[in-house]
Design a protein around this ligand. Sequence first.
Ligand code: ATP
Length: 216
Amino acid sequence: MKSVLLIGLGRFGRHIAMKLSELKHQTMAIDIDEEKVNAVLPYVTSAQIGDCTNPDFISTLGIRDFDVCIVAIGDDFQSSLEVTSLLKENGARKVVSRASRDIQEKFLLRNGADEVVYPEKQLASWLAIRFTSDHILDYIELDGIHGIFEVSTPKEWIGKTVQQVDVRRKYNLNIMGFKNEGGNMNLTVSPDMVLTSSMTIMVLGSIENIHKCFKI
Ligand code: ATP
């Protein structure tokens, strides 16, 4: 369980609060707007109404105690930048800030953000790959070069074994597991396992090789 400080409770921040609650993390939520704070009360451990660009307010929050501080302010970039910088000045261990334009990413990183999320850009990239490929059902980009992909079984692989498709030697890809129709994962991969049309395959490797292998 982690302790999280979540600042900015618009739609994005509220979804983060809901997911953190589902994952059983401890969240303190803050917004300048009372209504936004009230809306997340069922999902958070504690909440405050306040302006996080105010250094006196920030200094009362015990910033050092949080495992991660998330700045989910999107449109008001001036505030987002000020809050990010104040959090770091107050000893935040990890600050994750939200960007909503390309240029903002650079400034946030220079002003105290340890990581920047850019939801529109990241989701657009996921969506473009996901919905233009016949095989890719989901993926997580790991470092810009590598990823974990969930792919449907290509027609020409059906009935073959893991050893016969031989993607490790041909494409330097690792099959990590399988998911059946019910969504259950099987992470025991043996060379003689037969691939079927009803399963999906979890593959780890470089994005370039995934594209070559699945001819995307
Ligand atoms: P979203 O796109 O997530 O729906 P939004 O468009 O409602 O967000 P944003 O400007 O991105 O609004 O701000 C997100 C939230 O951050 C808002 O609820 C806003 O009240 C809050 N916020 C903005 N500035 C501050 C601040 N200085 N201190 C605390 N909360 C703030």
